[in-house]
Design a binder for this molecule. Sequence first.
Ligand code: MG
Length: 384
Amino acid sequence: MRRVVAHLDLDAFFAAVEENLDPTLRGKPVIVGGGKRGVVATANYIARRYGVHSAMPLVTAHRLCPHGVFVAGNHRLYRDYSRRLMNILGEYSPLVEQVSLDEAYVDLTGTERLFGPVTHTARAIQQRVQEELALSISVGLAGNKLVAKVASDMEKPHGFTVVPHGTEAAFLASLPVERLPGVGPALLRKLRDRGVRTVGDLARVPERLLRLSFGEWGCTLAHAARGEDHRRVESREMVKSISRETTFPDDVGDPEVLESTLIALTEDVCRRLRRRHLEARTVTVKIRYADFVTHTCSRTLTQPRDVDEVFFQEVISLFRRGRTRRYRVRLLGVGVGNLTPRAWQDDLFDQRIPLLRELDLKLDAIREKYGREAVKRGLTAGRR
Ligand SMILES: [Mg+2]
């Protein structure tokens, strides 16, 4: 059966919620972002005309758009809206993959018998979101996730773009290459150096050359340029927790060895978390002593997180408080639970976190490319 994937993305989500809350904001430039030194989380489309965009320092936004309405934002409310959106999507398919608070893939393959033609279904979803949540959402419909995502971004706001089967490469060819998800500034520079400006240019580069320049990632790029993507739409509800543990070949008493093991386990858990686009609110440390007595201790964070640095601190302090016996240690474990889909935009409220996350993602990429041993932070370096 031919696959049909919808990518749905709310338009200027936080700002649109604020406009629902206070209709007098409609028609005015609305900028959502936290604190005096914070950054813009979302700007509505009117504010964007003044050059305001997300991740921009609020100070800059103030300068560009001094008469704008600046709103601090309300996470709980956004999460509530997001839940309602996902509930609507869940009525149309069991395969809903939430990517962030305001974005999801829905696999609509085989829904024709229940709901009629897929384009009608996608239209119906768009309309229901408008009616029930009073929010505008853009829709892309295609044979895979990659093309559906590019499509949903084509005519924002309230876009509706269908890419028929077999026309994927032609659809992408004229678009700037940075429209492909995953082509960030660094890669873009390299591609431009090689004369690649559009997706079509990229499709004409022999795959062999891309692989030479970019390794495995080169293959992915070649596939993307042709509009091919074999990733499934994966419902993430199944994942309830992520954990890793290690049993020492010989029982260990040295706190330095124990703590650097915990750091390595935490790195691993956080990497898995990020790979699944999740954030966690609880963190658990498990200590099994030489006599097999096992203790676990947990802590709940005020906000869900996915950054190594945040969990390092929690894990080490849990361990120091939790290691109440003088026995050597046989096993250590680190786990995270209370998982929610990552909310990229949320973190824009907190300046420090995006920087840490960027570092983490870079390290993840390097590890994936060159193996786990390639990068170690101060604390884990020198172990093993
Ligand atoms: Mg959005």
